[in-house]
Write a protein that binds this ligand. Sequence first.
Ligand SMILES: [Ca+2]
Length: 171
Amino acid sequence: MGKILRMNLDGSVPVDNPFPNSFVYSYGHRNPQGLAWVGETLYASEHGQSAHDEINRIKLGSNYGWPVIQGTERKAGMVTPLFQSGNETWAPSGMAAHNGKLYVAALRGNAVREFDLEDGRTTAVITGLGRIRDVYNDGEYLYFVSNNTDGRGTPDEKDDKLYRVLVRNLK
Ligand SMILES: [Ca+2]
């Protein structure tokens, strides 16, 4: 099963990692793709096996369920995702945080999706540009890159591209 690891910059194991002498920070992941911090809280995007993609709030030492639970399923000792895509496929990739929201690149979803951490809603805020691989936020602008030339997309002549939009113009 997949894991998220944490190590010090010198390659040593942080003393406050959850398991002694182990880089493991969380486990039970299937295919984590993007990470973003909101203050002291870590969020991660993850691909499900078929649809059931996930956005998780990562707690130190927790088990995120793969391969025992998926989607909205619950089991003692395992964490059910904060957001999950049900029968849709987002194929979430890189992510960035801004103002209580996560902005997540979606490959198969052909979008940048916004996840509101307060009201639990998600919407596609950028569409029509094909597969989106990664996003970055500098507090004013959201930057993102298309990835239509990765062998799974339908590239335009000038793909791929780096885009920039004012975050306040997204809605
Ligand atoms: Ca999971």
